[in-house]
Design a protein around this ligand. Structure first.
Ligand code: F3S
Length: 392
């Protein structure tokens, strides 16, 4: 790889041990993917935060970096942790888990990573520009940044994202290059596209078919333009059931570039109904968890309107979001409405990276295609994949 003077100096240890190790990781990744050079990044988003996902080996890795004086040189933000960092006891998170989790967040903070603990940083003012290069790692955030914002990032691992934060660059390959951003398969939509849930279902279905190709979507002329929240649910589901990191949606995303000779596939409602039937493995949810990816303030408002004046009884409702969005929800009175119904606005975490299987839950309801895909394997849950109002 061609390295600049500064990058070479980092690799040679002139900027400290941590920077040298980080640059070594980036060069190794670059060589694997035949990158010609590094590209500066505007920000970094780091997954691999929950103790449930990284375990003791992850703590050891982070400790190794933090002990050698590692410091981020570009803005870097954390993905959700395994619990609400302030109210974990009220959630029922085991104490031993909580101690490890606080240690992990502390190590990241020591290196200068901001403990935003959200997979939707773009909802709290971290909004990359069109064409800006990033090193983000959470798959739904990557998909949103590339597709809805038109920024450029590969799906980094937690380790390569941290290395990028310490060096300020990432290897230039994959979705950083124009030629790899074209759609390789076009989905012509002849299905219902009414609300967020419909987009989550569409994503769950298409992710399995698209594989690693970038999909493009062409809706019917009478369909309304999707909101950014709908596109968020669509991308998250495709990134979970497939490996989609970029999609185009006609008249809704900044890019719409289809490769010549791209395959065309018609999506009908009956196909989506079959996908939903396969993903539903439970009937009566013990926990209803909304906010995968983390809820925007519009979504929290929508949920508050749906539960207003109702009592949820013994069932738990979690509305997962960032601390920044919750502050707005508190001020607007949405949190109070949700709590009066018996629900909880949960920050810093989500139903997938929180150890819900250790907390007594066995059946979880969600309207997210991504959560519905991950909950069985990662959290040993039976899944109810339905619209929120149907579950209520
Ligand atoms: Fe975010 Fe957790 Fe879903 S990290 S995308 S809410 S699995």
């Amino acid at each position: 790889m061609e390295l600049t003077k500064k990058e070479r100096a980092m690799l040679d240890g002139e900027m400290g041990k941590a920077a040298a190790k980080a640059m070594e990781i980036l060069v190794a990744v670059g060589k694997i993917y035949s990158a010609g050079r590094m590209v500066p990044v505007g920000s970094v988003q780091i997954a691999g935060v929950s103790y449930k996902t990284i375990g003791d080996a992850g703590i050891e890795f982070l400790q190794g970096f933090a002990d050698t004086g590692a410091k981020c040189i570009v803005p870097a933000y954390l993905n959700p942790a395994g619990m609400d960092l302030l109210e974990w006891e009220g959630m029922g998170v085991p104490k031993a888990f909580a101690q490890k989790q606080l240690e992990i967040v502390g190590l990241y903070e020591k290196m200068g990573v901001k403990a935003t603990c959200t997979c939707a940083p773009y909802q709290i003012g971290i909004v990359p520009k069109l064409g800006e290069h990033l090193a983000w790692s959470e798959s739904s955030a990557v998909c949103y940044a590339n597709s809805v914002l038109g920024a450029r990032t590969n799906r980094e691992s937690g380790m390569s994202a941290l290395a990028a934060a310490l060096c300020g660059v990432t290897p230039e390959f994959g979705l950083h290059l124009e030629e790899n951003r074209k759609a390789g398969v076009v989905f012509e939509l002849e299905c219902r596209l009414k609300d967020r849930y419909d987009y989550a279902v569409l994503g769950a279905h298409v992710g399995k078919i698209a594989g690693e190709r970038n999909p493009a979507f062409v809706p019917r002329a009478e369909d309304k333009k999707p909101t950014n929240d709908m596109l968020k649910l669509l991308g998250a589901a495709m990134a979970a059931t497939g490996a989609v990191a970029l999609f185009n949606f006609k008249d809704a995303t900044p890019e719409f570039n289809v490769r010549e000779g791209a395959e065309k596939i018609v999506v009908e409602q009956k196909m989506l109904d079959e996908t939903v039937a396969k993903m539903n493995t439970g009937e009566e949810p013990e926990l209803i968890a909304i906010g995968c990816p983390h809820c925007s303030i519009d979504e929290v408002c929508e949920i508050a309107e749906k539960v207003k004046g109702k009592k949820l009884g013994a069932k738990k409702l979690w509305v997962c979001t960032s601390r920044g969005v919750k502050a707005v929800a508190d001020a607007k009175g949405y949190t109070q409405v949700i709590e009066e119904a018996g629900g909880k606005v949960v920050c810093d975490t989500c139903m997938v990276v929180c150890p819900i299987e250790q907390m007594g839950f066995g059946i979880t309801g969600t309207d997210s295609g991504k959560a519905a895909q991950y909950l069985p394997g990662f959290c040993k849950q039976k899944v109810v994949f339905r619209r929120l109002e149907d579950m209520i």
